[in-house]
Write a protein that binds this ligand. Sequence first.
Ligand code: DX5
Ligand code: ZN
Length: 214
Amino acid sequence: MLIAPSLLSCDFSKFGAEIKRMDAAGADYMHLDVMDGHFVPNLTFGAPVIKYVRPFTDKVFDVHLMISEPLKYIDDFCDAGADLITFHIESDSDPVETIKKIKSRGVKAGVVLKPNTPAKEAFEYLDMIDLVLVMTVEPGFGGQSFMADMLPKIRELKSEIDSRSLNVLIEADGGIGAGNIALCREAGVDVAVAGTAVFKADDPAKAIAQLKSL
Ligand code: DX5
Ligand code: ZN
């Protein structure tokens, strides 16, 4: 299992140092939550901030776009140094065009499903993408409770991916911690996002190691 700490829970007065701290703690991906106050009722940061913190690590920059018009900003996030860009299929941008745009920049692409969006909605994009992200909370805020009723959706995606022999990773995001990561793994999750579970731990390195061991 790969662990992607969500920097949404970090101390933004030292964003670069927090990324270095997660790198040293054994993070696999740096999960960067971009919110526009429109697609979700919260605002975070955009491409200029990501560009400033890019030099602090060589780890994968996993940029999760919770914005209404992702297609408009793909070039900005690619220029800022994203390695993987995920966007919501519930957004206003055309998914195929958005995937093509991301891939044309040599960046990995993924689609995200909100809790109420069925797995089937992602099926038609699976042969074009590198990863599918299943939200296990309503997007917008860290620190919410894991929705165990998303596990069947993860299983459904996993069996579709396997039956078509596709090379698509499954990522899950929201409320993941020691109490549920084994369930995620068993359902087919390859990459687990963890904000609170890593940042509120006394020792993030221990927390990440524990999540991996479970
Ligand atoms: C929520 C974000 C998540 C969130 C995860 O909209 O996409 O990445 O920060 O944080 P925890 O692990 O605290 O739920
Ligand atoms: Zn996220």
